[in-house]
Design a protein around this ligand. Structure first.
Ligand SMILES: Cc1cc2nc3c(=O)[nH]c(=O)nc-3n(C[C@H](O)[C@H](O)[C@H](O)COP(=O)(O)O)c2cc1C
Length: 409
């Protein structure tokens, strides 16, 4: 365990893990660190903890700096157990501490660490918390990289605690990037690519939020603390999260009885067009098949949808799908969608057809396995006419594909 002071009364409590750590189906060849922070103010506050495995060690080390009973707040920016895991050991030893997190995080933490009778303080975007001598400001960062995440900024110290964002996976005794005996950029970019890039749309929200903050130091939860040339790291995130490609095309083909599936198609189109992706939509029963197939040949992503009638697809769609199986669609993204009433067999039949092509067919399972995102669903299944939550669902799926199309990585 390490003890380093970042500002007056602000300590790094880090655990170095120099094993080849298995993480997100990767092996971290250089290991990693779990960085937590203690702000020893009038209302002592811990920001994040360490991996579950090192929880007791963490509390022992923390106890050398402060009696845990004095701790008033434990801020949890992100519930993944490599950061919140120390709560299991800390909560019992710090009975007077209120846990500070987003609303979504409350239930996750209660369930994960059996904290049902614990006191929680839910913070929202822009809320501040006076910890007696220092003030914390919170910014919700949903989907970066999970739904419940937030970042914390200490106004007096001008230190940003962004948890996973701006991290590096390097087991290091040089706590600050400027003290490393090599340039950390490659590791910084490698971490971004592995963990953050699939969520890059939300990186932009953070970059915008940072413009309103005077950040002099970035203290993430893995790897190096950044205190020199901070803007270089922020600019790198801005560049890496920007759209790099702008000439992509999507083709959407559907059939419908009473236009609910058309509404799904139109909403998909709206999202793609908001992302400057040229989008063509065809009702397979009202369009020339050769024109549809030509458009699919030109497209980078293909969405095929139908409503379900007596457990099957509607109209001419099957003819189009039979032709797709014979085409070379290598390198294109494919997705199924449709409106349905109770079972939605048509959508699954379309998915089966797409799986027989050489399209890169999207599925919920693949999205979860590759990004951890649970709010993106494929195929896109909408009960009856899409509204409210269902429109959000369509937006999430289209946005996900737009992000795949607009990024070179
Ligand atoms: C004649 C008929 C048969 C239907 N059969 C099914 C079915 O087998 N399974 C199902 O999930 N929904 C079924 N539905 C419900 C439709 O799929 C649902 O109303 C859907 O929203 C229609 O979308 P559309 O307007 O795009 O055609 C049926 C609807 C009708 C009118």
């Amino acid at each position: 365990m390490n003890k380093v002071m970042l500002a007056k009364n602000t300590y790094l409590l880090g655990k170095m893990d120099d094993r080849e750590v298995p993480f997100h189906r990767l092996i971290l060849a250089k290991g990693t660190t779990y960085n937590a922070y203690l702000l020893k103010t009038e209302k002592p506050t811990v920001i994040d903890t360490v991996d579950l495995e090192f929880g007791r060690e963490f509390v022992e080390y923390l106890s050398e700096l402060i009696d845990p009973k004095e701790i008033q707040y434990i801020v949890i920016n992100h519930t993944e157990p490599d950061h919140s895991g120390g709560l299991a050991a800390l909560a019992g030893r710090a009975p007077n501490a209120t846990i500070v997190c987003t609303e979504i995080a409350v239930n996750e933490l209660k369930e994960m660490y059996k904290l049902h009778s614990r006191s929680f303080l839910v913070v929202k975007d822009g809320d501040t918390l006076d910890i007696g001598g220092k003030t914390l400001k919170f910014k919700e960062t949903p989907y970066l990289h999970t739904e419940e995440t937030m970042i914390t900024y200490c106004i007096e110290d001008k230190i940003l605690f962004p948890c996973d964002i701006f991290s590096t996976h390097v087991a290091t005794n040089a706590f600050f990037a400027d003290e490393a005996d090599f340039d950390i950029i490659e590791d910084f970019i490698g971490y971004y690519n592995a963990i953050i890039h699939p969520h890059r749309r939300y990186v932009r929200t953070v970059i915008n939020a940072l413009q309103e903050l005077d950040v002099q130091m970035i203290a993430p939860s893995h790897g190096y603390i950044l205190r020199e040339d901070i803007q270089k790291y922020i600019d790198l995130y801005a560049t890496m999260s920007a759209d790099t490609i702008n000439d992509k095309k999507v083709t959407i083909v559907y059939t419908t009885i009473r236009n609910s599936t058309k509404k799904v198609a139109d909403n998909l189109k709206k999202i793609f067009e908001e992302n400057n992706i040229q989008t063509s939509v065809f009702n397979a029963d009202k369009s020339d098949k050769a024109t549809i197939l030509e458009s699919i040949k030109e497209a980078d992503a293909v969405f095929i949808g139908s409503s379900t009638k007596y457990a099957d697809m509607i109209g001419n769609l099957e003819d189009v799908l039979k032709d797709l199986i014979k085409m070379d669609l290598e390198g294109k993204i494919g997705a199924a969608f449709g409106s349905y009433g109770w079972s939605g067999e048509a959508i699954e039949v379309i998915q089966d057809y797409l799986n027989q092509t050489n399209l890169d067919v999207q599925s919920t399972s693949h999205v979860i396995k590759t990004t951890g995102m649970t709010h993106v669903e494929f195929p896109v299944r909408v009960r009856f006419t899409p509204k409210d939550e269902q429109l959000k669902k369509i937006e999430h799926s289209a946005t996900y594909v737009a992000d795949l199309l607009l990024s070179a990585i």
